[in-house]
Design a protein around this ligand. Sequence first.
Ligand code: AMP
Length: 213
Amino acid sequence: MNLILMGAPGAGKGTQAEKIAAQYQIPAVSTGEILRGAISAGTELGKTAKSYMDAGQLVPDDIVIGIVKEHLGSDACRNGFILDGFPRSIPQAQALEDLGVKIDVVLSIEVDDSIIVERMSGRRVCPSCGASYHTAYIPPKTADICDKCGTGLIIRKDDKPETVLNRLHTYHAQTEPLKAFYAERGLLRTVVGQEKVEDTTALVFAALQTERT
Ligand code: AMP
């Protein structure tokens, strides 16, 4: 299954991508995660991406398209993949089509802006392995420590309130039009994000099941 996961920042794409990856045994390719990795590693790519990300803006299309092209061409994606956070604009979606990448389903997780703002304030991430937590909804077993690798958790710089508002604005202006783009192609499925992760996962799996039968 070749899947695109859409949703506003904080809608729970990353968390659901992990669940789908485990269930369907396909890798999740997160452009945000790859870019954050490049920033930590101090590469040229990371240096270029950082200013856009810190401002809550999209990293230029040619950069992210290059990243996705490289990953989708890898062996790991041979049996399917989950694109988490790509495409984020019509030109990116067009580029994916031009590359001849076949998409089976586009799943959009819908969450109100007011809930997103509240959620983002509790979000914590592991700077080492990328696992994500929430102080109220997905707390780590020990406060502020990653369950998976024991590293101290941090607040992502772009989860700061003023950046969150910019990211939401960017989402509505540039990414949301993709829903119509994929609806026209008969690929769009939507689920309403629930308070509990497992409730959203149940809806996500039901939506994917419908697609496969
Ligand atoms: P995410 O972790 O998916 O919320 O992404 C974090 C940030 O990385 C975004 O706010 C953008 O600045 C950048 N980013 C991730 N994916 C893309 C993309 N497909 N196009 C442009 N920028 C992206």
